[in-house]
Design a protein around this ligand. Structure first.
Ligand SMILES: CC(=O)SCCNC(=O)CCNC(=O)[C@H](O)C(C)(C)COP(=O)(O)OP(=O)(O)OC[C@H]1O[C@@H](n2cnc3c(N)ncnc32)[C@H](O)[C@@H]1OP(=O)(O)O
Length: 381
């Protein structure tokens, strides 16, 4: 498979896991990297278990190796020597026990970027404990803000921790380290912990907190309290969102809702009035269907959008015009992001169905040149 895209030529080994590390691998494969996943050997099948890994495996090649056998470890080290980046998402110490820890791998390839994805981080009192997205963002402080006053917090399933605080930070980390390795010839370990990434993502909220705009009491901040920044149920049971943060946009929303003459809506920043005005908005939005609100508000500066499920989102005219979703092989998939001016709309690679022979990968991955990136020939005499 010849890959194109801004990361074409970057050779990545991914040790199969769950959640954020495979998602990071998909992101890099979408951008053109050659990602080879090492799965466990399954006694019953030569085929890949499509299960939950179908979309995150797109554009990758998959091999099956028993990493608890000397042969499996030798195969990995051979690919480590030829590759640019390794990513893994196992509990700290697992790779070391397999004989594939950073020390061994970097001794084999000093330019290697060794990307490690965990929830708690490689070090710290909780490093060895099992956990998942919801636990990591609970600890980092990110989950606290998600919820209504007096109710348990609720986060979008695995988006804030696994994807936002995890996979995306791992991707940025390994790409930064790969640039560094190109320039210096030195690889390194990237320790991407969801507690770190999701805390880092809080810096915008923390600056609003420092400015007094985000309070430590739920429902009293500009992003979780006002009637103009919320979701509402419509007459047909569907939902809409409004987010008219700036006074001029809020004024337009009120005008479109027929509230321009009602002085109780004049000061959108009066926190004491928010609960009552939210109730009024609830009653107003309950009077029409989501489609009727779309007709009135969508595309205006009132800062409105309908709340859609993914199938509806794929059909929405704006999303359809941009080709954000596509059904490929009967699976709805979001297309690669972001977009690059030097390439047309990226098409993700196919979802692999069969394991490859490790020696095919080995043959295709020649040993690194002096720059460590085999596809880059312009920088070596
Ligand atoms: C919904 C979500 O939030 S997903 C995010 C979940 N969290 C993370 O990904 C954070 C980092 N990962 C972890 O903390 C852990 O992997 C957990 C908690 C997710 C899962 O824990 P466990 O199932 O106990 O797996 P753990 O990572 O400890 O070990 C994996 C085992 O598989 C083995 N293994 C992995 N690949 C192979 C292979 N190809 N061949 C042979 N053995 C293999 C490892 O050697 C290890 O065995 P060991 O326990 O004998 O050392």
């Amino acid at each position: 498979m010849t890959k194109t895209g801004p990361l074409a030529g970057l050779k990545i080994l991914e040790i199969a896991g769950i959640g954020p590390a495979p998602f990071c691998g998909m992101l890099l494969a979408d951008l053109g990297a050659d990602v080879v996943v090492i799965e466990r050997v399954s006694p019953n099948s030569e085929n890949i278990d499509l299960g939950s890994g179908a979309i995150v495996n797109r554009g990758k090649r998959v091999i099956a190796l028993d990493l608890k056998s000397p042969e499996g470890v030798a195969h990995v080290l051979d690919l480590v020597q030829r590759g640019d980046v390794l990513i893994e998402g196992m509990r700290p110490g697992v790779m070391e026990r397999l004989g594939l820890g950073p020390e061994v791998c970097l001794a084999r390839n000093p330019r290697l970027v060794f990307g490690r994805m965990t929830g708690w981080g490689q070090q710290g009192p909780l490093a060895q404990a099992a956990g998942h997205d919801i636990n990591y963002i609970a600890l980092s402080g990110a989950l606290w803000y998600a919820g209504h006053p007096g109710e348990p917090p609720m986060a979008p399933p695995s988006l804030v921790g696994d994807i936002g605080g995890g996979a995306l930070y791992l991707a940025i980390g390994v790409l930064a380290a790969a640039m560094h390795a190109r320039d210096t010839g030195n690889g390194q370990v990237v320790d991407a912990a969801i507690v770190d990434g999701s805390a880092h993502m809080m810096n915008l909220l923390l600056s609003l907190k420092a400015a007094g705009q985000v309070a430590s009491i739920r429902g009293c901040s500009i992003l979780d309290g006002p009637h103009w920044y919320s979701t509402y149920r419509c007459a047909d049971g569907n939902f809409i969102s409004v987010g008219s943060l700036e006074p001029k946009f809020y004024a337009l929303l009120c005008k479109k809702l027929g509230l321009a003459g009602d002085s109780s809506f004049d000061d959108g920043y009066d926190r004491d009035a928010w609960p009552e005005l939210k109730q009024r908005f609830s009653e107003i939005f309950a009077m029409r269907t989501r489609e009727e609100w779309r007709t009135l508000l969508e595309g205006s500066d009132a800062c409105f959008a309908p709340v859609l499920d993914p199938d509806e989102a794929a059909r929405h005219p704006h999303m359809a015009a941009r080709g954000v979703y596509r059904e490929i092989d009967n699976i709805l998939q979001a297309m690669p992001a972001p977009r690059f001016s030097g390439s047309s709309l990226p098409i993700p690679g196919p979802i692999p169905l069969h394991h490859e022979d490790p020696s095919t990968i080995r043959r295709g991955w020649s040993k690194p040149d002096r720059c460590g990136i085999t596809a880059r020939t312009d920088c070596c005499e």
